[in-house]
Design a protein around this ligand. Structure first.
Ligand code: G6P
Ligand code: ZN
Length: 543
């Protein structure tokens, strides 16, 4: 096998964001773009000679070609073995699981998560470390530094590896091991949850609808929900992964999971509805006629996790990202659990999970997970819900309402303003940063500000510090507004405004969240002068 050394030059903008490097697919397809970044990963982690890696992704457009390039580059740099999901498919949580159980040196996930796929849409590359989690800031920092000094990359002259057939194939001295992407993951789920109880509930007539959104969870959900748990054939919809996700956004929220919303709002709605995203790490949970917000879902799961075998001994602690609602904190307080507040990005949970400080964690962006892997996990969240429903005998809506009655309700919504010009977004944040210095004591929309800051995270495990993680404004009586710029977009800036207000009033369960948040929405616009800076009066998305 001949190894070629190809001269190249640094390419601007290869800085990993909230979750790996995400760009337009055509950008990744441009000469040297992917190769430069992969070489920078190898350099950033001290080379891959003698190492074993995992490789797979959500199957989006360009994944098969990218997988072959990565295999040739791994072979050229002396990797010992690459474990690849058949067809280059692996959901993000399944990849995390394989990285851990096979005791590898890490892995590469090809995905842009919930962003659309296709030649004119998005692609992404993410490196996960041997703990199975997304690389922490020091590692991504070294990778980024390597992209800025690169002069050449190595790639082997080899035929494509056959990724369609299971088993070991040789690429020079390197072994390409093609594995069933689903089996190990499904086995893990069976260890964590009471499958007998869930099977019994389903056999008793409990109906499920899971929308895989033409993305990677289709085969996983079919195996687990239909084959192993007995849900009737067709319970899993849009189950075949497509390179363009059927032309949709594989993002499980009320806007993009429209089909599921319609099914769950129909007169004959199933008892339980759920969806997952492109790479299988996000989740959306519904009961008949009711959408469960991710922040509420996290709180309900934390309050009831002990009903599943894996968590029967209780939780070591819990964590949420800073913009996620504080519904979780109410549970932690009552159950006397430590509750950590991290910046947005799953990677920030890694140290807490590794150190055993937390068992369960989640984010407002539809991610929930536990110490079983080091990624958020869509199907896991679905199964934990099902386990809890089977063990309590309650329906989704009843469980949610009982939760609010016990812990109070945190009304919550996120308003996104997309495609803002970067300089306008920066100007808004500069002004906001100045304004919050002496904002305490002022009132907006009739609500008094009691504190405000630019969130800094001090990692309690390794002492690392992450600054400028979002501006938070706290109001009297539990109101809160948080402003952040998204770190996952590929065009312009997306302003995220997170709105929260607390109520323990008896009628809390009947109120519409947007209506209950009207004070916070008005205050958020007034404080940041969103229209003045961006020209926008209404968000593009209300999540
Ligand atoms: C990805 C990350 C999450 C994050 C979400 C939103 O899904 O894995 O950790 O919460 O993106 O991030 P953003 O920077 O776009 O708000
Ligand atoms: Zn995802």
């Amino acid at each position: 096998m001949e190894i070629l050394t190809i001269e190249t030059q640094p390419i601007d903008g290869q800085k990993p964001g909230t979750s790996g490097l995400r760009k337009k697919t055509r950008t990744f397809m441009a000469p040297h773009y992917l190769e430069n970044f992969i070489q920078a990963i190898w350099d950033g982690i001290g080379g891959v000679a003698g190492k074993t890696l995992v490789l797979g992704g959500d199957g989006r457009y360009f994944s098969p070609q990218a997988a072959q390039v990565i295999l040739r580059m791994a072979a050229a740099s002396g990797a010992k073995r690459v474990i690849v999901g058949q067809g280059a498919l692996l959901s993000t949580p399944a990849a995390s699981n394989l990285i851990r159980t096979r005791k590898t040196d890490g892995g590469i996930i090809l995905s842009a998560s919930h962003n659309p796929g296709g030649i004119d849409e998005d692609f992404g590359v993410k490196f996960n470390t041997p703990n199975g989690g997304p690389a922490a800031e020091d590692v991504t920092g070294r990778i980024f530094a390597a992209t800025k000094t690169i002069t050449a990359y190595k790639i082997a002259e080899a035929q494509d590896a056959d990724l369609s057939s299971l088993g070991e194939h040789a690429m020079g001295d390197m072994v390409v091991e093609v594995v069933d992407p689903v089996a190990d993951y499904a086995d893990l789920m069976e260890q964590l949850f009471d499958f007998d109880a869930i099977r019994g509930m389903i056999a008793g007539g409990f109906r499920i609808c899971f929308d895989a959104m033409h993305a990677v969870t289709g085969p996983y959900a079919k195996e687990v929900l239909e084959n192993r748990l007995g849900a009737k054939a067709g319970s899993v919809k849009n189950a075949i992964p497509k390179p363009d996700f059927g032309g949709g956004h594989p993002d499980p929220n009320p806007i993009w999971a429209k089909e599921l919303m319609e099914i769950m709002h129909a007169d004959d709605a199933p008892d339980f509805g759920a969806a997952s995203d492109g790479d299988g790490d996000r989740n959306m949970i519904m009961g008949p006629g009711t959408y469960v917000s991710p922040s509420d879902s996290l709180a309900v799961l934390a309050a009831n996790a002990h009903r599943a075998p894996a968590y029967a001994n209780g939780l070591a602690g819990v964590a949420r990202s800073m913009p996620t609602s504080r519904a979780l904190d109410a549970v932690a307080e009552k159950k006397k659990l430590d509750c950590y507040e991290t910046p947005t990005g799953w990677k920030f949970f890694g140290n807490l999970l590794d150190a055993g400080k937390i068992t369960l964690c989640g984010e407002e962006s539809a991610g929930t997970g536990s110490n079983h892997v080091r990624e958020k996990d869509g199907l896991w969240a679905v199964l934990l819900w099902l386990n809890i429903l089977a063990s309590t005998g309650k329906g989704v809506v009843e469980l949610l309402h009982d939760h609010w009655a016990e812990y109070g309700r945190n009304f919550y919504s996120r308003h996104d303003f997309e495609g803002i010009e970067n300089d306008k977004a920066d100007a808004m944040f500069d002004a906001l940063t100045l304004k919050i210095e002496d904002i305490a004591g002022e009132s907006f929309a009739g609500r008094k500000v009691i504190a405000a800051d630019d969130f800094t995270y001090h990692d309690p495990v390794d002492g690392s510090v992450a600054e400028h993680q979002g501006i938070r404004i706290m109001f009297e009586n539990g109101g809160r507004v948080v402003y952040r710029l998204s770190g996952t977009g590929t065009v312009g800036a997306t302003l995220r405004v997170y709105l929260e207000d607390v109520s323990d009033a008896a009628d809390a369960k009947d109120r519409d969240a947007q209506d209950a948040l009207s004070d916070m929405i008005a205050a958020a616009h007034e404080i940041a002068r969103i229209e003045h800076h961006t020209g926008r009066t209404e968000p593009d998305v209300r999540a």
